[in-house]
Design a protein around this ligand. Structure first.
Ligand code: SF4
Ligand code: SF4
Length: 61
């Protein structure tokens, strides 16, 4: 599926809590030592990661 927007993760704001990884239904997000890695080919634009992020590090782009 391909939506009209793309998830953008602000690596400076991200506190690497992993909440977005747990909530993503398609495993589009992975937590690494460098921060969150986003796989746009898996994202279905559900917006769940944006809602859950406690640091407001995820936005639509
Ligand atoms: S918008 Fe939904 S599918 Fe896309 S990365 Fe966030 S939680 Fe995963
Ligand atoms: S929920 Fe937000 S702060 Fe937590 S790992 Fe994901 S992007 Fe980073």
């Amino acid at each position: 599926m391909w939506g009209e927007w793309m998830v953008y993760i602000n690596g400076i704001k991200c506190i690497k809590c992993g909440a977005c990884v747990g909530v993503c239904p398609t495993q589009a997000l992975t937590l690494t030592e460098k921060g969150i890695v986003f796989d746009k080919t898996k994202c279905i634009n559900c917006g769940a990661c944006i809602q859950i992020c406690p640091a407001n590090a995820i936005s639509k782009e």
